[in-house]
Structure formats: structure tokens, C-alpha cells
Design a binder for this molecule. Structure first.
Ligand code: MN
Length: 470
């Protein structure tokens, strides 16, 4: 399990007794938080920092510990912040500055100067906050009594974002082919992606996957078919086409494992040696948290993998989606989102059906795919675009809705949603911001998670929500 270091600051000025109490309070706090967050992260209580040497030591240790995804800092007493400069300069892990106290209420009847000297985070955390701001350190400040539910949930959300950032750093992404010819928004600066997010993005020939697919055995395909049988409803007589997808599925899993790949892209213009566009196989992989971007969209694929990691343990789905077409009825405008094939069953409102239909473009055989209506509820759509000088994230709130009428002739899975604050403002804002037609949609994550991700990666973020005006 990944770790967060809990670092408490103080100083030598107060003497042994006070420092003992500081250590005991920190240990109690960590014990309590571990009880609450045990499914998410392990918090490690470190010894109280009293001077510049100790500050530098613990910050270097956190930076070098590969299982440490971030730190929680708290100034129980005053802790003069010049002693933190060297340490903070050495710290390369995300920080949550917890502005809290060991005590919830003031002991009005008994409070004296000893109590004030011991419990002065109102004082010490301001001094520490100043030096963080002066040093330009991007961090999350969480305020409140540590046993309060909202504080615990903010620490949990920070831990999940920190775990996702740790995963992002050094993540390997495979592009089968390049991006779709002439398409602008799916392209991007792969070197900058690696510098900023740690995504190691590399080209592979589709032949690398075909070679593995050709070696897949009938028995391996049988096993994959029985896995499908448990999860999906077989609604086609073209078993041969489904078995072909099962073969791709086994091959993709082998490839991902062999190359340690967390996200991949393909391109329907480059399928040499495959008889179908991967559909069902990609859909199923997405539902397991493997990042995917269609048409060579490596940014969306990689972002999807990172956001799936962030959403682990939460209810709801997270996956690649595409804006497709609208119902423009005045006052009740809706968007229909889908793709040629690749919609994650993480969004299915009921048991997905395996169907085989011809594809309008690409000139390949009819591919097997999962078809379903999408879930309802609140969600977000997040995209990343390359502005040339920097990456930009755009995050829009959406309301996923029930499909108002059946669409019996539509041979792909689909979601429908309403835009926020209203259709015209939401759509115009997205377009003015330069938002893509590809996005990662999540019913598990909140705008706040994306804000934190953007802050900690120093990425420009445009949020489209209830308060948006053009
Ligand atoms: Mn697309």
C-alpha cells in the first residue's frame, strides 16, 4: 500500500515535556486517520521536526521513498519557517498542509499559557504557509478538526490524487500507429507530456500486436469467451466475429503485460493484419482501468488511465468518450455521446449485449462490440489539449440522463447528458476554451479532484460549472 508521511513541525524552544506531548498527539492523530483511511493509504507518523537538519532529512527521505506518494504537514506549535527552507526545496512529493489541532474545543475553564504554547497551529501553520507560498510550492491546504468527516474525506481525496500522480510518473503509453491523419486536437507534444506528467509515450506497429494475436490459441479464446458469457449477453449468431475480438483481447492483454503499458491508442486507418477494428476487446479493457484513446489520441488515453487510478475504490465509471450529436429541442437540449465502438461498459445501465454490425468506415469486417444504454447521474467530462505553449485541461460538469426514447437502429453503446449551466453556455464555453471532441468522462470523480490534479501538475485548468458565464 502507498504511504503518506505525516510530518509534524515544532522547535526546541519549549523543552522536553512539550515535545513529548507533540509527538503523542501526532501519533494519536495518525492512528485515528489510519483507522478511517485504511482502504486508501497508509499514513506514517515521522518524528517531530525541531530544526533545519531534521526538516531536510525527512523531506529527502520522503522524496526518495518510492512507496511514499505525498506528505501531510502540520505545525502543532510554532515552528520558525526559515528552518523549513532547505527541506521544502528538497521535497518532490505532493503536500497536504493540514491546518488542524489536537483539541476540538477550547478548554475555557483551564486554558493557560502552557496550553497556548503547546496548541498554536493557528500561529505555526501561518508561518509555515508563508514559506510555502514564498517558495511557490503547490499544495493542498485542508482546514478543520482532524476527526471531522469533511476533513477526513479531503485527506482521502488528496491521497487518491497523490496515488494517481505517483502512477502517472513513469507510466508507459503505447500508440499503435500515429494519430488519425489530419486531426489536430488528438496530436500533442509527447516530450512535454513526459516532462510534466511522466507519460512515456511510444509508437508501436500494429504488426507487433498482430504477431501476438496470430499466436493466440483456441483454448485461450474459449476462456475469454466464457469470461464474456458471465458478464455480457451474447446477442449475435456471428460467433466467429466475437471469437476474433476475443483473440485481439487476449493479444492486447499479453502485449500490455509484456511492455508494461497502462494506456494505448489505435487508429482505424492503420489495422494491417487485423480483420476487425478492436471493439469489444477495447471496451472490456477500459472497464478494467486500462487507458484508451481512439484515433491515436494518446493524451486522452493516458489521462483516462490516471483518472481511473484516482477513482479506484469509488463508485461510478471513468472512461474515454466522444461528443457525437445533439437533440436541439429548445429548452431541453441533450447531447448524445458515443464512439465508433469504444464505449466502456463501466457506464452500462444494464447488462451489455454483444452484437456484430458493419462499420461505416475503415473497410474492415463487421466488428463485435458491446451495446447498451448509459447510466444516469452527475458526472464530469475532462479533456486535455495542447496549446503549443502549454497543456490545458478543461473540466465540465455534466448531468447524465436516461435516453428519452429507444434507438433500436443505433449499433453502438451510448450515453446522453445535459450540459451545465445550460446547453448553450456549456457548449460555447467548451468550444471557446478549445476543448476536444474526445474526453474522459467520470461519474466517480468530482471537479475538485481535477482541480487538485491540475494544481499539483501546474496545468492550466478551465472549469465549466453552474457559475460559468461566457
Ligand atoms: Mn473519435
Amino acid at each position: 500500500m502507498k504511504k503518506l508521511y505525516f510530518i509534524t513541525g515544532s522547535q526546541d524552544l519549549y523543552g522536553e515535556e512539550t515535545l513529548k506531548q507533540v509527538a503523542a498527539d501526532s501519533a494519536e492523530m495518525v492512528k485515528f486517520l489510519n483507522g478511517k483511511l485504511k482502504d486508501t493509504v497508509k499514513i506514517v507518523c515521522t518524528s517531530t521536526v525541531r530544526n533545519a537538519e531534521e526538516a531536510e532529512d525527512i523531506c529527502l527521505k520522503a522524496t526518495c521513498d518510492k512507496d511514499c506518494v505525498g506528505v501531510i504537514t502540520w505545525m502543532h506549535t510554532f515552528s520558525p519557517a526559515k528552518m523549513w527552507i532547505r527541506g521544502l526545496q528538497a521535497l518532490k512529493k505532493p503536500m497536504l498542509h493540514l491546518h488542524t489541532q489536537a483539541n476540538e474545543k477550547l478548554p475555557y475553564k483551564t486554558i493557560d499559557m502552557d496550553f497556548m504554547n503547546l496548541n498554536q497551529s493557528a500561529h505555526g501553520d501561518r508561518e509555515f504557509g508563508f514559506i510555502c507560498t514564498r517558495l511557490g510550492i503547490k499544495r493542498e491546504v485542508v482546514v478543520g478538526f482532524y476527526r471531522h468527516e469533511d476533513v477526513i474525506e479531503k485527506i482521502r481525496a488528496f491521497a487518491q490524487v497523490a496515488i494517481a500522480l505517483n502512477f502517472s510518473h513513469g507510466m508507459r503509453v503505447a500508440m499503435f500507429g500515429s494519430n488519425m491523419r489530419d486531426v489536430a486536437v488528438t496530436d500533442g507534444d509527447r516530450v512535454e507530456s513526459e516532462i510534466r506528467y511522466g507519460w512515456n509515450v511510444n509508437y508501436y506497429g500494429i504488426g507487433d500486436m498482430v504477431e501476438i494475436a496470430n499466436a493466440v490459441t483456441e483454448q485461450e479464446i474459449d476462456e475469454k469467451m466464457s469470461e464474456y458469457d458471465k458478464k455480457y449477453e451474447l446477442a449475435t449468431k456471428d460467433i466467429k466475429a466475437v471469437r476474433e475480438q476475443a483473440k485481439y483481447h487476449v493479444a492486447l492483454e499479453k502485449f500490455l503485460k509484456q511492455e508494461r503499458i497502462s494506456a494505448f491508442t489505435d487508429n482505424f486507418q492503420d489495422l494491417h493484419g487485423l480483420t476487425q477494428l478492436p471493439g469489444l476487446s477495447v471496451q472490456d479493457l477500459m472497464s478494467k482501468g486500462v487507458g484508451f484513446g481512439a484515433e491515436g489520441d494518446y493524451k486522452t488515453g493516458a489521462l483516462m488511465a490516471v483518472l481511473c487510478k484516482m477513482a479506484e475504490g469509488r463508485k461510478g465509471g471513468t472512461a474515454f468518450m466522444e461528443d457525437y450529436t445533439y437533440d436541439l429541442t429548445a429548452g431541453s437540449e441533450k447531447e448524445l455521446a458515443s464512439h465508433m465502438l469504444e464505449v466502456s461498459p463501466a457506464f452500462a445501465a444494464s447488462k451489455p449485449k454483444i452484437e456484430v454490425h458493419p462499420l461505416g468506415i475503415g473497410g474492415k469486417q463487421p466488428p463485435a462490440r458491446l451495446v447498451f444504454d448509459g447510466v444516469e447521474g452527475d458526472g464530469i467530462a475532462v479533456c486535455m489539449v495542447d496549446m503549443g505553449t502549454h497543456f490545458r485541461l478543461i473540466c465540465a460538469k455534466i448531468r447524465l440522463i436516461k435516453q428519452p426514447e429507444a434507438m433500436p437502429k443505433l449499433p453502438v453503446a451510448r450515453l446522453m447528458w445535459e450540459l451545465v449551466p445550460d446547453f448553450k453556455t456549456g457548449a460555447a464555453a467548451w468550444i471557446y476554451a478549445g476543448g476536444a471532441h474526445h474526453a474522459v468522462v467520470s461519474t466517480a470523480l468530482k471537479v475538485e479532484d481535477i482541480k487538485l490534479f491540475a494544481k499539483l501538475t501546474d496545468t492550466e485548468l478551465i472549469v465549466i460549472d453552474e457559475s460559468t458565464v461566457i
